[in-house]
Each structure stands twice: as C-alpha cells, then as structure tokens.
Design a binder for this molecule. Structure first.
Ligand code: PGA
Length: 254
C-alpha cells in the first residue's frame, strides 16, 4: 500500500515577519488535503513566529547540531528547535554538505540527535552532475545513504514513522532541471532496497521524497513514480500559489 505522502517546503535563507501571512495561507489551504502530510522548514529564527502564525501546522528547522548543549557558537540544538515549536528538521542538505563541509558521519549524528529528541527527520542525499554523467549515481547515493543512516537509540525509536529520506540530485536543485521519471524510479527503488537491508520490513515504511525543481507543472508526474512518497520543495514552497498545487498533486497521486 502506498505510504501517506509528505510534501515539505524548504525555505532556505528566506523568510521575514512579512512572510508569515504566506505561511498562514499555505497552512490554511493545506487543511483541504488531510491525506497528505505538509510541512514548512523555515530559518530557525522564524520557527516560533511561524508556529504562532499557523497553529497546528508542522514547522521544521533546516539543520540541527549533534550536541545537546555547549560551546558551539551560532548552532542550534534539537531541544532548541523543539522549544521553538518545530516538529521536524532537515539534515544533510547538499547546500550544507558543500558549504559547511558536512560529511555523511556528521549527517548521521545530526539525524540521531534529532530522533533522540523526538524531532522528525528529513535526511537528504543526492549526486552531483559529474557522478550522474559518469554512470555512478545509484552506487554513490546508496553509499551515501548507508553512511548517513541513523543507528542507535534514536533510530530504533524513530524509524520509520518519523524518518524520511529526500533524494535530491544536486544538479536539479534550483536549476529548473528535473530528473526523469525513470531515473527517479531507478534511484528510489535502489534506496528502498538499502532501507530494507538496514531496517528490515520497517524499511518499507520510510518515506522517500524526491527534491530538485519540483513545481506545480511536474509534481503529478513525479508523484506517479513508484516509491516516490512525497517531495522536498525549495523555490516553489515560498508562495501558497506555487506550493499548494504541489500538495494537491500529492493528494491525488495514485
Ligand atoms: P528547489 O530546491 O525545489 O528550489 O530545486 C529543493 C531543495 O533544495 O530542497
């Protein structure tokens, strides 16, 4: 049976008080699509205000530190995200892997810290264009998944219900280029196998999202692919006008 789809927006470094009305509009419009889980991951500093603007709507962070507290200037812990009202967080986005030099091991520890604290997790993986063109995309992303997957206390408590993977080919993020349905299907099937290898039957319950230039025109085609259990949406999540049709497409997916 198909898993309940999750459509999560990633606002990246966008969002001011003046955008709270947009968050409220997205939350209100999403209520018509109860068969889909909808969330917005906003800058940490906006989480509390976003929660007040849209009570009951799932607000998340975009990163979390692996430690509970301590001398980590500028960082945000899982408890801080929860305290601000977040219910989930992204970890391992390619922009952070690249700009903040986050490794698979860093990403795994972040995911574990979030799950232990009872935050849901969207863990991002994806290949560069060079790797895709070299024909090594599936093997590379599978290896990335294996090395980033949470283990231990948080993982056994949190997998699968509160844990999702986002496959985001780096060359498709913010570029308007989308992986073909057959490439997405091939990758998601390969990732499903790895999840089952890691977690047994529970691996079938982990949602695998696609991300990278998802928009209202291509969402239905992407959601029709086997093992696509939702989307992580960047640019098109910034307005209700673009984001809500993606939620609607998820709601009517097969
Ligand atoms: P995009 O970003 O939808 O703007 O391509 C997706 C992401 O980075 O999560």
């Amino acid at each position: 049976m198909a898993l309940k789809k999750l459509v999560a927006g990633n606002w990246k470094m966008n969002g001011l008080s003046s955008d709270l009305a947009e968050i409220r509009a997205i939350a209100e419009a999403s209520e018509a699509y109860r068969q889909v889980d909808v969330a917005l991951c906003v800058p940490a500093i906006l989480i509390e205000r976003a929660g007040r603007a849209a009570p009951g709507f799932a607000i998340g962070g975009q990163d979390v530190h692996e430690a509970e507290t301590g001398a980590h200037t500028g960082c945000v812990s899982a408890q801080m995200l929860l305290d601000a009202g977040a219910v989930l967080t992204i970890v391992g986005h390619s922009e952070r892997r690249e700009a903040q030099h986050e490794t698979d091991a860093d990403v795994r520890r972040k995911a574990e810290a979030a799950l232990v604290a009872d935050l849901d997790v969207i863990l991002c993986i994806g290949e560069s264009l060079d790797i895709r063109e070299a024909g090594a995309a599936v093997a590379t992303v599978q290896a990335q998944l294996d090395a980033s997957l949470p283990h231990g206390e948080g993982a056994s408590a949190g997998v699968p219900a509160s844990f999702a993977i986002a496959y985001e080919p780096i060359w498709a993020i913010g570029t308007g280029k989308v992986a073909s349905p057959s490439d997405i299907g091939e990758m998601h099937a390969a990732l499903r196998k790895r999840l089952v290898a890691a977690y047994g039957d529970a691996g079938n319950e982990v949602r695998i999202l696609y991300g990278g230039s998802v928009n209202p025109s291509n969402a239905a085609e992407i959601f029709a692919v086997d093992d696509v259990d939702g989307a992580l949406v960047g640019g098109a999540s910034l307005t209700a006008e673009k984001f809500v049709p993606i939620v609607a497409a998820a709601a009517s997916a097969p």
